[in-house]
Design a protein around this ligand. Structure first.
Ligand code: HEC
Ligand code: HEC
Length: 204
């Protein structure tokens, strides 16, 4: 079932991003990335991961999505008492999809301060993927740990980035919101370089 959902999402993804937004997954040759280069790639990965367009959903056991970044002023939990609950989709309270409705073609949000809508179910990231407010070393150790990263190696992380349409939105968030830094392709390249370089973290 999960496989089918991912398949469906990637088919829709191809359609919605036919205009040159598809991502190539070409890892550098084994042995071509030094630890130093891999750590530099990690620094850029962390700039993305800690950016509000990513970290607002990558929150921990509070189950509270965040509103942070220049368009929100001061960082604070999502307004209107939104709580995602353990379901991470608000099933226990108000479902995220009430406002973050599925949109067939994700074009970026048209109106400032409207609820983001993408061609995928809007939900909080798993509690193990808590990034909000965490340091570079903490997020690095989480993301290389299969027990905390959804049991993915670096190639699987890179292809997840390609298939996840929420991620595509983060680089094309539309009215009033800053996009995540670099580009999706550059981010995927950095994940591949970090992986080929042995997934080092600064505390090794
Ligand atoms: C709307 C909320 C939301 C936003 C915004 C979001 N994510 Fe996620 N993220 C998720 C969900 C849900 C999952 C779990 C998906 C799965 O496992 O299939 C996830 C999983 C991941 C994973 C898999 C590894 C792990 O630890 O579980 C990575 C990597 C990731 N996201 C990166 C990003 C990046 C990079 C951005 C910003 C460019 C981002 N996410 C923005 C909700 C979000
Ligand atoms: C009552 C409507 C409503 C519901 C229900 C709702 N949201 Fe939102 N959400 C919004 C609006 C509106 C915004 C944008 C506010 C703004 O830009 O000032 C938003 C923004 C967000 C953002 C920030 C996106 C960004 O980086 O700019 C996240 C994360 C988010 N919602 C997650 C969730 C999650 C997870 C759920 C379900 C647990 C949820 N929301 C339920 C209306 C809603």
């Amino acid at each position: 079932m999960k496989y089918l959902m991912i398949l469906a999402a990637s088919l829709i993804g191809t359609q919605a991003f036919a205009a040159g937004e598809t991502v190539e997954i070409n890892p550098p040759a084994e042995g071509s990335i030094s630890t130093e280069d891999a750590l530099a790639a990690w620094d850029r990965i962390y700039e993305v991961a800690s950016h509000p367009r990513c970290s607002n959903c990558h929150v921990g056991p509070s189950n509270l999505p965040m509103w942070s970044g220049p368009s929100y002023g001061k960082a604070r939990p999502h307004g209107m008492n939104i709580n995602a609950g353990e379901s991470r989709v608000g099933a226990e309270f108000v479902q995220c999809s009430t406002c973050h409705a599925y949109r067939e073609i994700a074009t970026g949000d048209r109106l400032e301060h409207s609820a983001p809508q993408v061609a995928m179910d809007w939900r909080l990231a798993p509690v193990e993927a808590e990034w909000f407010g965490k340091s570079s070393v903490e997020v690095c150790n989480q993301l290389r740990n299969p027990e905390l990263n959804g049991d993915r190696d670096y190639l699987a992380i890179a292809s997840h980035l390609d298939h996840d349409l929420i991620l595509h939105w983060a680089w094309n968030p539309g009215a009033g919101r800053e996009p995540a830094p670099y580009s999706l392709q550059e981010h995927v390249n950095d994940v591949l370089a970090w992986g080929v370089g042995g997934m080092p973290c600064a505390n090794d």
